[in-house]
Design a protein around this ligand. Structure first.
Ligand code: ADP
Length: 396
């Protein structure tokens, strides 16, 4: 079956058409500046990437252009819409309502909408994408795959904050966690790589991209993760602060005369390794090369990032009373060998031993611990689109 995977944002939409039997990507692309002017980037497998400007007043036009490109006589990869068996939609927040992917019905749409205030930037956009697809592809089954669902197995001791209980009771303020599709995909692959059943391994997945989170997976279930009610908590990220002393907010607000919106912009857009490096860059390629050529702020920034990762790994070893496998994934985890090496240096007490030659690789699946290392450490490239396609096929 061919599955169209859609990741819809407020002004952009990423898509891939995946054949679920061969697990090959038939075509992929991106619509940008929806509601502003609009452009479509489209690439069929083995073909050239083509970018064209197209007026996209709404997501409906964007999806129509995607369908046109996929079925085009010259660049298309299917003859008509009937060859697309299902659509898998990435949905960011499923709250406590969704512990699994689901086939989308009117009730499911309502329940996703009820989670809107937990992810005001993302869920409404995800719903717009689903509505547009339903309009243009009536009768094609659609599935929602949630970033939060995998973490619904966390116990209360991991998801409750030290805040008045009434906020949980009234507003469901708790840890939800994100990147669940990636943590699930990578931890399953990790179990395959060590040749153990998924429900008999303790794995720590370090998803280190622009947004970054760590997850403890025990016996096939997420038992803790570093992101919280929102994707702001946890690691130091590209531009997001991660964990800070909450009292810093009042202190900075008074000094800089910032309101809540100003504080949130500072925490989400101006902090993380970008802010920490004195606005040098949010990109680890820039930071590691600046650090290697003697830039002290860049070096400290990289150290802060790696130290925080190592501390989270240590805390999840405690949470699971051990660890069998550690996996690095996403842009930084798959590519930045310096970051992996620095993190692994902190983990000597666990018996982690790094294979420096293997760790020199970029973007490929590889074991980076030595054969006598007490914990197996891997780089495992994540593939959220393929994971969404698999979930979709399983449900339809
Ligand atoms: P997201 O999906 O959260 O936007 P990605 O998983 O694509 O992020 O990761 C993007 C980040 O990966 C970039 O900001 C960059 O810091 C890092 N990255 C990508 N390639 C490399 C590389 N070769 N070396 C170091 N870092 C890299």
């Amino acid at each position: 079956m061919n599955v169209l995977v859609i990741n819809c944002g407020s002004s952009s939409l990423k898509f891939q058409l995946i054949n679920s039997d061969s697990e090959q990507v038939l075509a992929k692309g991106l619509c940008e500046r929806i509601g502003i002017d609009g452009s479509l980037t489209y690439q069929p497998a083995g073909g050239e990437k083509v970018k064209s400007d197209k007026a996209m007043p709404t997501h409906t036009e964007a999806i129509q252009f995607v369908i046109d490109a996929l079925t085009d006589d010259k660049t298309g990869v299917v003859k008509d819409l009937k060859e697309i068996g299902a659509v898998g939609h990435r949905v960011v927040h499923g709250g406590e309502k969704f512990a699994k992917s689901v086939v989308i019905t009117d009730e499911v749409m309502k329940a996703i909408e009820e989670c809107n205030d937990l992810a005001p930037l993302h869920n409404p956009a995800n719903l717009i994408g689903i509505n547009a697809c339903q309009k243009l592809m009536p009768g094609t089954p659609m599935v929602a795959v949630f970033d939060t669902a995998f973490h619904q197995t966390m116990p209360a001791k991991a998801y409750m904050y030290g805040l008045p209980y009434e906020y949980y009771d009234k507003y469901k303020v708790r840890r939800y966690g994100f990147h669940g599709t990636s943590h699930s995909f990578v931890s399953k692959r990790a179990a395959e790589l060590v040749g153990k059943p998924y429900d008999a391994v303790k794995t720590i997945v370090c998803h280190l991209g622009n947004g970054a989170s760590i997850c403890a997976v025990e016996n096939g279930e997420s038992v803790d993760t570093s992101m919280g009610l929102t994707p702001l908590e946890g690691l130091v990220m590209g531009t997001r602060s991660g964990d800070i002393d909450p009292a810093i907010l009042e202190f900075i607000a008074k000094k800089e005369d910032l309101d809540i919106a100003g504080l949130m912009t500072m925490l989400n857009k101006k902090s993380g390794v970008f802010g920490l490096s004195n606005n040098l860059s949010s990109d680890f390629r820039d930071l590691t090369s600046a650090a290697e050529s003697g830039n002290e702020i860049a070096a400290t920034t990289v150290d802060v990032f790696c130290y925080r990762v190592a501390k989270y790994v240590g805390s999840y070893v405690a949470a699971m009373n051990g660890v069998d496998v550690i996996a690095f994934t996403a842009g930084i985890g798959e590519n930045a060998s310096l970051v992996r090496e620095k993190v692994m240096e902190y983990l000597g007490y666990l018996g982690v031993a790094i294979d420096k030659e293997a760790n020199d690789s970029h973007g490929e699946e590889v074991k980076i611990s030595t054969p006598d290392s007490k914990v197996d450490v891997f780089v495992i490239p994540t593939n959220e689109e393929l994971a969404i396609a698999r979930e979709t096929v399983a449900l339809v």
